[in-house]
Design a protein around this ligand. Structure first.
Ligand SMILES: Cc1cc2nc3c(=O)[nH]c(=O)nc-3n(C[C@H](O)[C@H](O)[C@H](O)COP(=O)(O)OP(=O)(O)OC[C@H]3O[C@@H](n4cnc5c(N)ncnc54)[C@H](O)[C@@H]3O)c2cc1C
Length: 493
């Protein structure tokens, strides 16, 4: 055990932990960063953009967004089950945080709409999320913050009811003790702990989910806080994603390998074509582009899967005119798919995509009920001819018949990018006691930030009004926790 007593220990070197530690060190405090992995950044390296309203980037691009409107939309979206003060604190700090990360070396590229009609709140960065975590890691090093990697936090030290440090394991299993006046838990949730995912969340069977970008998220931080008397909040929420494509037919025990990501087939799977479930039934308006809503709708279908189907006319459209809906920064709207058949080939080899001359063959290959499929195709084609989807009100701009052979189908699997809650916090990111009847009865010195903290959502992430909110929450809540920790230890200037 070292004799050093830090002002703050950040458990986790992702977006939230880095932001908290840098804030404390810049404010004159002594910070320590711990991470169980051998690198900094966590899942924050994979994120493509973060939310802000009224940022200088938006102003430069002439994009108007109204914080009050966004606040009210978010509260409405969450049925007022989110913590209004916390939501407001994050929204109000968001513009300053864009400047803050930029001042520390990250390069903000702009605020492109993620999908047709999307609000321009999503600030993309050079090198994606890694650009920010690299810049903050360099800042932390310049500030002299020790970064203790391969160190897994296991337990909080609580003395006289206050936080006094963290007990950890090193790679060899040795116990290490670090003492501090405050701790921010920023360990990023429990996406890789299948028992917790099964017990607490609404994700369904975790082994059939493709959990992108999450490594070593065993829920240690959430469990440590609960063990120390923290209240629970938002533990059921996961950040669902678009349907994902498998090139390997196997039960998913871990995230798909990077080599499995192919932008063309992933972009094709996203197109608003004719989508049916495992039984051959349409189940929602395919022109709904929020990835959270797509994931939610899929989660209610048999086996949580969908089949994206299109005909040869749509194949030509994608090759000759380009895709109707872009795939984030990878394939913007209008990108021409060089060869659809080629893009599908690896999945076809694994019986995850098919090209068929008849509907009968399509139903047989995909295992769907032929009569149900035929009825749904006829109904859909009739809607396309009339220009009105009387069933699900799909946007007519994206209604194209499914009529011209050959017919194409891709199987889409459920995906998510992490759990979004666990520890109850107030708008200062202080951790609230389980026994508390107010938002003021907190565990002194304990903060939580990023994906471990609840209170921002109700039962679903909102990818319609506040795009980029989870990454923004990590940085903004991390900064707030750092500022509050400085006040707590008495070095608030
Ligand atoms: C592929 C992908 C794309 C995404 N795209 C977007 C996007 O465009 N916009 C958006 O808003 N959000 C996006 N997200 C979500 C966003 O990345 C997360 O919400 C955010 O990164 C969470 O930050 P965090 O600091 O809470 O966790 P993380 O960045 O995951 O950091 C947590 C850290 O804690 C460490 N840790 C865990 N347990 C322990 C322990 N016991 N002891 C010590 N350290 C520990 C981990 O190793 C990790 O380094 C995406 C996520 C993924 C995976």
């Amino acid at each position: 055990m070292s004799d050093e007593v830090y002002d703050l220990i950040a458990v986790g070197a992702g977006g939230a932990g880095l932001a908290a530690a840098v804030t404390v060190a810049e404010g004159g405090g002594k910070a320590l960063i711990l991470d169980r992995l051998g690198v900094t950044g966590g899942a924050s390296v994979f994120a493509k953009g973060l939310f802000a309203t009224q940022s200088h980037i938006q102003k430069q691009e002439g994009v108007e967004t109204d914080p009050d409107e966004i606040f009210l939309q978010h509260m409405e979206y969450t049925h007022y089950l989110s913590n209004a003060r916390l939501v407001r604190a994050i929204i109000d700090k968001s513009a300053d945080t864009i400047k803050w990360i930029e001042d520390r070396g990250a390069v903000i590229l702009g605020v492109p709409p993620l999908y047709p009609g999307a609000p321009q709140t999503w600030h993309t960065t050079k090198q994606e999320g890694k650009g920010i975590t690299k810049a903050l890691t360099a800042t932390a090093k310049d500030l002299g913050i020790p970064i203790q990697l391969k160190t897994r936090a296991r337990k909080l030290i609580i003395e006289d009811g206050k936080v006094a440090g963290v007990i950890c394991d090193d790679k060899q299993g040795n116990t290490l003790t670090f003492r501090s006046k405050t701790v921010v838990i920023a360990s990023g949730g429990f996406a890789n702990n299948f028992d917790m995912m099964r017990k607490y969340t609404n994700c369904g069977e975790p082994t059939v989910q493709m959990a992108f970008g999450q490594v070593g998220k065993e829920g240690d931080g959430v469990k440590m806080a609960w063990e120390a008397g923290a209240a629970e909040e938002g533990v059921s929420v996961i950040q669902r994603g678009l349907a994902g494509v498998l090139k390997k037919k196997e039960v998913l025990k871990e995230a798909p390998k990077k080599s499995q990501f192919d932008k063309y087939i992933t972009a094709i799977l996203k197109q608003p074509t004719f989508w049916v479930n495992a039984n051959g039934e349409r189940f929602f308006n395919e022109s709904e582009f929020s990835f959270a809503h797509i994931g939610n709708a899929m989660s209610k279908q048999p086996f949580q899967i969908l089949f994206n189907m299109f005909d040869d006319d749509y194949r030509k459209l994608m090759e000759e005119e380009g895709i109707q809906v872009g795939l984030g920064v990878f394939a913007p709207t209008g990108t021409k798919v060089p060869d659809v058949k080629d893009a599908l080939q690896a999945s076809m080899d694994k019986d995850e995509a098919w090209i068929c001359d008849t509907i009968e063959e399509l139903a047989e290959k995909t295992g769907q009920n032929l009569e149900v499929l035929k009825t749904n195709i006829d109904e859909y084609n009739e809607s396309c001819d009339k220009g009105r989807d009387a069933l699900f009100a799909k946007n007519p701009d994206f209604m194209r018949p499914f009529r011209t052979p050959p017919f194409y189908a891709i199987k889409g699997h459920p995906t998510h990018v992490g759990s979004l809650g666990g520890i109850k916090i107030n708008h200062k990111c202080e951790v609230i006691k389980k026994s508390s009847k107010t938002f003021l009865d907190v565990i002194p010195g304990l903060y939580a930030a990023g994906n471990v903290a609840g209170g921002m959502y109700s039962d679903s992430y909102d990818a319609s009004h506040t795009l980029g909110l989870t990454l923004a929450f990590a940085y903004n809540s991390g900064r707030i926790a750092g500022e509050e920790a400085l006040k707590y230890v008495g070095i608030d200037e």
